[in-house]
Design a protein around this ligand. Sequence first.
Ligand SMILES: *Cc1c(COP(=O)(O)O)cnc(C)c1O
Length: 476
Amino acid sequence: MSAAARFAPSSIDALLRDPSLASASAAHGATSVTACLRTAVDEARTAWRDGASSDDAVIVARTLRLLEERGALRARRVFNLTGTTLHTNLGRAPLSEPAIAAAVQAMRHPLALEYDLDGGTRGDRDDLIEHLICELTGAEAATVVNNNAAAVLLALDTLGGAGNAKKEVIVSRGELVEIGGSFRVPDIMRRAGCRLVEVGTTNRTHRSDYADAITPKTALLMKAHASNYRIEGFVSEVAEATIAEVGHAAGVPFMVDLGAGALIDLARHGLPHEPTVRETIEAGADVVTFSGDKLLGGPQSGIIAGKRALIARMKKNPLKRCLRCDKATLAALEATLMLYREPEHLVERLTTLRWLTRPRSRIVAVANAVQPAFAEKLASVASVTVEDCLSQIGSGAQPVDLLPSAALVIRPLRAKGGGGVLAAIDAAMRALPIPIVSRVSKGAMWLDLRTVEETEDLLRSWAGFVFPFPGEEVIR
Ligand SMILES: *Cc1c(COP(=O)(O)O)cnc(C)c1O
């Protein structure tokens, strides 16, 4: 064994006097530096047992590295080049500038959150946004909670849960959906204390299925928008207006969980039509629930819009207090909704809509601008070309590729071992100062540039890219 006979690093006190650790202590405080130093010494001891020599310089360097890692935020900005524009795992909707400014102000200063400035009396935090929701959707009243899952829970609990004599909620079998992992309509319904009454079949449900299922115990008719899947072929669902009519004839309210919840007709912007909240209310829905951070383009939140008497009951439900939004969210949501009042400027101001409607030619221009830098760094292992692709909207709009876009396509030069090369490139991209998240498909890596509006940050981050040569670990 060539290693030093003894594990004999200098004492912690002596190591702390090393000039670089002394200046680190001045910057971060001795507590942090000592904690990292102890870890580095422990690691060195383990390495020494495996045959490495022990060396103060190595311990000091490792301590500085650990300090840097400790100081790095886990909530890291990333480039979303996956082609899924509103990516749930990457934070969904980007906020528009006015929403960001409103959120920052709300975070920095005291805010008239639940305070009526006219009367100098206590107010309701829903007052910040309720008038805007009503104006933009035609609803009589509205309330807002932490996300759409919470909105559905609050609505169900209020209309059919504990304390209600009627608990039965009628839903079509074709709509007993799971949305992203843990939100399943039947589970939420059980948690809300409602009794699920399934009607129809997976592919077909008719007016009579709803009508025949109504009993004196029916609390609600519910429709869940098919957000993340589509059934094709021999299918039939009942129009909102018809379900509303059946419900109203029996004195039963009708609720629609709209999911994405568009406030404007996206078809006017060349996008596929998504049912709007206004259309749904006009069709007779008494309660509509939708997300604030999907197509709406605002902060994570869940909005419930509908009949005044029903919304009033939700506001009084103790669960509302548990599910309410914080001040930064409400401020950002208010500023986002304000943008919809000036529809002529919406595309340029609402980042979500600007991303979704971006002309392919602009995306191609960005792809062409960054291609040389990518090609150069990868020249020895892969080709980099600019190719057409299709982006998805994401976040529960129709789950099909539909937005013409452009991507950098990275293909390994040699088919043999190509998968390993792509995996190594992918890992190195995720280790960049601003990580790049892409999509690997059909033996190539696709970097959809829809969400990159200017190239500066991407190119600066990419400048730090180092390809790990075969057998080497990814260099961080
Ligand atoms: C997305 C979605 C939900 C969940 O909304 P969150 O805002 O993610 O809580 C519920 N229902 C439908 C139909 C959805 O599309």
